[in-house]
Design a protein around this ligand. Structure first.
Ligand SMILES: NC(=O)c1ccc[n+]([C@@H]2O[C@H](COP(=O)([O-])OP(=O)(O)OC[C@H]3O[C@@H](n4cnc5c(N)ncnc54)[C@H](OP(=O)(O)O)[C@@H]3O)[C@@H](O)[C@H]2O)c1
Length: 308
C-alpha cells in the first residue's frame, strides 16, 4: 500500500498533479492532498471527493498528522514559504523519521546554480537526507501568462515582462504534472535531477504575435526594464519576494540562460510537451475582454448552446 502526500495541492502544479493522480486510480495507492483549508479546497472543481489533510508549512504541529502512513511525497514549496530552514527542513526531518521512501521535489530552472533561490537551498538539503529524491526543474510555466500576467494582456493588450530580446521556453503545468506522476510511480528515477523544458524557444515579440493571432487583436510586448517591472508589480500589490524571484528569472531570460530546450520530458513520458500556441488557444477565454465575454454569454443564452 502506498500513500502519497501532495503539498501545495490547491496551486498550479499541485492541483493538476492531484487530479492526474486521482484519474489514474492506481491500485493500492492512496492520495492525500495537504491543504491549509479543507473546506475551501473541497469547493475546487474536480477534487471534492479527494482525501484531504490540514497542513501548513508554518505550523509544525500539523506535520505529524499529515505524515501518518505516508510513503511518498510530492513536495511543492509555496513561493510564500521562503525561510526553508525554518519550515521546509523540519518537515523533511519528520518525513525522514517516519520512513518516507521517495520525495519528488519541484524546483525551478537554474536553481542548482543560483544560490539566491529558496529552491537552491532545498535541493542541497536533499543531499543530507537519507530519503531518495527526484528533483524536477521545470522552466517557466505557461500558466504564468493566464494568472500573473493575465490582467496586462486581457485589459491592457500588453505583455509586460522584462525579458528584453532574450529567448525563453515555456512549459505547461499539465506536462509538469505528468512528469511528476511518471517519476513518482515508475521506479528508476530516484536520486536524479532533471531540467524539463517546453518544446520550443521564442522571444516575447513572437509570443505577443501568438496572442495577437489567437485573440484577433493586437497584443504588444512592452519590453519594460527590470526596475519598471518590479515597481509596477509592487504597485499591483504582488508579494515582494515573488516579484524579485520573477525578476531574477526574467533576468536569466535576458541573459540567454533559457535559450534552450531538451528532450527530457519526452524521454520520461514518451511524448512531446505542449506548444505555447496550443496553450493560448485552449485558454483563450482568460484573455478575452470582459464586455466581449458578456456578449458571447448572451449569444449562448439566446441560442441555448451548452457550455463546453
Ligand atoms: N511560476 C513558474 O514559472 C515556476 C516555474 C518552475 C518552478 N516553479 C516553482 O513552483 C513552486 C510553486 O508552485 P505553484 O506555482 O504550483 O504554486 P502556487 O500556484 O502559488 O500555489 C501555492 C500552493 O501552496 C499552498 N500554500 C501556500 N502557503 C502555504 C503554507 N504556508 N503551508 C502550506 N501550503 C501553503 C497554497 O495553498 P492555498 O490554496 O491555501 O493558498 C497553494 O496550494 C515554487 O517552488 C516555484 O519555485 C515555478
Amino acid at each position: 500500500m502506498e500513500k502519497i502526500l501532495i503539498t501545495g495541492a490547491t496551486g498550479n502544479v499541485g492541483l493538476t498533479t492531484l487530479k492526474l493522480l486521482e484519474s489514474k486510480n492506481y491500485p493500492g495507492v492512496e492520495v492525500v492532498a495537504a491543504v491549509r483549508d479543507i473546506e475551501r479546497a473541497r469547493k475546487i472543481e474536480g477534487i471534492a471527493n479527494c482525501n484531504f489533510c490540514q497542513f501548513e508549512f508554518d505550523e509544525p504541529s500539523t506535520y505529524d498528522r499529515a505524515l501518518e502512513g505516508v510513503t511518498k511525497i510530492v513536495l511543492i514549496r509555496p513561493n510564500q514559504v521562503s525561510d526553508v530552514s525554518r519550515y521546509i527542513f523540519p518537515f523533511l526531518a519528520k518525513a525522514e523519521q517516519v520512513g518516507v521512501k521517495h520525495i519528488v521535489f519541484i524546483s525551478i530552472v537554474g536553481a542548482e546554480r543560483n544560490r539566491i533561490f529558496a529552491n537552491h537551498r532545498t535541493e542541497n538539503h536533499f543531499k543530507k537526507l537519507s530519503i531518495p529524491s527526484t528533483i524536477l526543474r521545470p522552466s517557466l510555466y505557461m500558466q504564468n501568462l493566464s494568472t500573473l500576467h493575465r490582467h496586462d494582456i486581457q485589459d491592457h493588450d500588453k505583455i509586460n515582462i522584462p525579458g528584453g530580446t532574450g529567448l525563453v521556453n515555456y512549459i505547461d503545468v499539465r506536462d509538469v504534472a505528468e512528469a511528476i506522476v511518471t517519476v513518482l510511480m515508475i521506479p528508476g528515477h530516484e536520486n536524479q535531477a532533471y531540467d524539463i523544458t517546453g518544446p520550443e524557444v521564442m522571444d516575447f515579440y513572437q509570443i505577443a504575435k501568438i496572442f495577437s493571432a489567437e485573440l484577433e487583436r493586437e497584443i504588444k510586448y512592452t519590453r519594460p526594464s527590470a526596475i519598471k517591472f518590479v515597481r509596477q508589480k509592487l504597485v499591483d500589490k504582488k508579494m515582494l519576494l515573488y516579484v524579485l524571484t520573477l525578476s531574477l528569472l526574467y533576468n536569466a531570460v535576458r541573459g540567454g540562460k533559457m535559450n534552450y530546450t531538451n528532450d527530457v520530458f519526452r524521454s520520461i513520458t514518451g511524448h512531446d510537451p505542449r506548444h505555447l500556441a496550443d496553450f493560448v488557444h485552449e485558454y483563450r477565454a482568460c484573455w478575452i475582454k470582459p464586455e466581449k465575454k458578456e456578449k458571447v454569454k448572451r449569444t449562448r443564452k439566446s441560442l441555448r448552446l451548452p457550455h463546453i
